[in-house]
Design a protein around this ligand. Structure first.
Ligand code: SF4
Ligand code: SF4
Length: 377
């Protein structure tokens, strides 16, 4: 189990356990209407998919995962990145390298991850330029430095902050192994919503996930005006110190059924599309299409995918080669056995819906209801 360090605790405060308690402290003020996911994303994504089909491309990217640095101001137990890139943790991409990777991939959506992107000193320059070029940018953050970033990056319909939240205060602070982080992240979310930014949350489930606590979190962020909740099971990174925390595929299915089959779930605003939520529950089966989210790091493009790097390459086109995918995916590689990540399977639901009218209708309904999206990680 994770141990919790203590930082910035001026005086003991009762832990926030319910959405009502959280709302008293974090409900945005003076916000006329919660920023919504722009319709333009759906239209641009659809046009992009049609262009790729017309070109006869079978494997192509939907989201470029960009990791300008791998350093972080936290040391979460379930994090692979800070361990995997430990030898190069001091290095970072230049803005030119980052932009060149985005152009080389060609996907209309860019998810900036890491490491903690807000520690990247050139983040304002990078995001402002991507927004100027009309990429849809999702910046994944633990929220600690988000307040500072907002001074330098104006709100835009092309930008969404994606805040890592694994539970209400007690659970989240254990998950990130540091006390106080939940309150810091939620204060930043409140400020971001008040200033007109789009804000999403990203929750990773590990063994011991608490349904009641997660429902409180989902209730809280929905009422605060978050654009959507992204959820997934944690990938079992081989270098993580506690392997017991990771769920096996069947365990994930049972947990997601318990979490998502509840009637109360209808009131929460999920960002993941309904087909992917069914996949998490084990009611749909897909083969991995993680070539949809090529991931660029200080060492190059990860091969094959965002969670797993058997090697790196400087040529993004290697990731789209069919022979690579003979070796990866559930049933093909033991490292993929328990993986249910957005990058591999939410994209699979989108590709699958393109050739299945019924699924396309389910997806379209999700888009109209403002729920379907492309997961940011
Ligand atoms: S906040 Fe993200 S990058 Fe940082 S240690 Fe935790 S999981 Fe890793
Ligand atoms: S199933 Fe796909 S996304 Fe998951 S580790 Fe394997 S190749 Fe990567």
């Amino acid at each position: 189990m994770a141990t919790v360090q203590t930082i910035q605790v001026k005086k003991a405060q009762p832990k926030l356990k319910t959405a009502e308690e959280g709302l008293k402290e974090f409900m945005p003020e003076g916000m006329r209407r919660a920023p919504k996911r722009p319709v333009e994303i759906g239209i641009r994504l659809f046009a992009y998919l049609a262009r790729q089909k017309l070109r006869g491309r079978k494997r192509f990217p939907l989201v470029t995962m960009l990791e300008p640095l791998e350093a972080c101001n936290l040391t979460c137990e379930g994090c692979g990145r800070i361990r995997e890139y430990e030898p190069v943790i001091h290095r970072m991409l230049t803005v030119e390298e980052a932009l060149a990777a985005v152009e080389a991939s060609g996907a209309p959506i860019v998810s900036i991850a890491g490491g903690e992107p807000t520690m990247y000193p050139h983040l304002p320059e990078l995001i402002n330029e991507l927004v100027r070029r009309k990429y849809f940018v999702y910046c994944c953050t633990n929220g600690i430095l988000l307040g500072k970033m907002m001074e330098q990056i104006p709100p835009s319909k092309y930008l969404s902050w994606v805040i890592h939240l694994d539970g209400m205060e007690e659970k989240h602070d254990v998950s990130v192994a540091r006390r106080g982080v939940f309150r810091i992240a939620m204060r930043a979310a409140k400020k971001a919503l008040e200033r007109g930014y789009r804000v999403c949350s990203n929750t990773t489930l590990f063994r011991g996930a608490d349904k009641k606590d997660l429902h409180q979190l989902f209730d809280l962020v929905t009422k605060m005006g978050f654009e959507g909740i992204m959820i997934s099971a944690g990938y079992d990174f081989a270098m993580a110190p506690d392997q017991e925390m990771f769920l096996k595929r069947k365990e994930s299915n049972a947990l997601f059924q318990d979490l998502l089959d509840d009637e109360s779930i209808r009131q929460f605003r999920f960002y993941n599309n309904p087909l992917y939520l069914d996949f998490l529950k084990g009611r749909r089966h897909y083969q991995c299409t993680a070539y949809s989210n090529p991931t660029y790091t200080i060492q190059g493009w990860r091969v094959p995918c965002y969670p797993l790097a058997d090697r790196h390459t400087q040529d993004v086109n290697e990731i789209f080669k069919p022979e690579l995918w003979d070796h990866y995916g559930p049933g093909k590689n033991p490292k993929c056995a328990n993986c249910m990540m957005h990058c591999g399977f939410e994209s699979a639901t989108i590709f699958g819906a393109l050739s299945n009218p019924k699924d396309m209708v389910v997806m379209a309904k999700g888009i109209i209801a403002g729920k379907s999206g492309v997961g940011a990680s």
